[in-house]
Design a protein around this ligand. Sequence first.
Ligand code: ATP
Length: 367
Amino acid sequence: RKKIGILTSGGDASGMNACVRAVVLYGISKGCDVYAVYEGYQGLVDGGDYIRKMDWRSVTGYLSIGGTSIGTARCMAFKTHEGRLQAAENLVKHGIDSLIVCGGDGSLTGADVFRSEWTGLLDELITAGRITVDEAKTFRSMTIVGIVGSIDNDMSGTDITIGAVTSLHRICEAVDSVDTTALSHSRAFVIEVMGRHCGWLALMAGIATGADFIFIPEQPPSDEDWETSMCKVARRHRELGKRKTIIIVAEGALDKNLKPIKVDRIKDILSDRLGLDTRVTILGHTQRGGSPCAFDRILGTVQSVAAVDAVLSSSPDKPFPMIGMNNNKVTTQPLMDAVKLTHEVAEAIESRNFQRALELRDSQFLD
Ligand code: ATP
């Protein structure tokens, strides 16, 4: 009988609850015991009451609740060897032989580190007398499966991450609201959106709301003088009769020299050069929250079913999988490959090699 642990980690994302619900319900229906690890990796390190067996009713109502009801955390301890050793001991003590992690690229990097160290951690626990050889036997074949939950949509190996589309809906609603006041007063608004080093949210929000100009990290303005380029576009749109100007800025947006593009700087430029009555709106945490859209509920559900299936069909000679969504199909691919590719894309962007970043993103390795 498989004993599956499910945890959510990193930034919360709407649809994580759909994921937990489906792991619990589908896992139980397949004859597994399912445990929720509360507060992400912190719960794994702390053990005890943070690891709770779930039953059918534990996840009642989960589908429509935003965020993650089993909690999430940024856990420094799990980044240390001692923390991961403690986490391994807690898994063994609870008899959990499979772990499904729903989180962003950081969380799945953590899962990958844990996976690569697993056998060594067991040996260390035995040597230290913290677990017995007999206890360790069952756990030689610990399975770890990753599901990508993040509003940023910044993980390689999947077209879309759980929570990103809900977040996009929130941003569009907010920009629509700003639109009405911008139109009424003929104002300009500079709107900062989340996404860390990924411009997906900003780009999609810009397209979906008809923004005048969009700044994203992956494609910094090609000229030194982005201020003039932006002003030219905004002025032309005004000359064509537009009563509002909307500039969307990804929080990680950079200029040609890799300096952050700040919303206040954009506001000053629009005010000073074009004489526009300009306001800044930083959407902040409203982007994360609220009821998940249908897409994220479905994404969380179908990917979690695939994750449980991956647990049930796992074998020591197969690499641990990450569940993704590619070309509208649920996919599985080696977790370590997806993590590696994500880091390579990030490095390419950091070193301004955008062509390479795009090529890497296109080089999906699907099974
Ligand atoms: P989001 O995309 O929403 O920010 P994330 O999963 O990328 O989510 P992080 O804060 O980067 O969020 O990572 C979440 C947790 O994963 C960390 O707090 C830490 O516990 C674990 N983690 C991240 N990187 C590593 C690593 N290299 N080794 C071990 N654990 C890690």
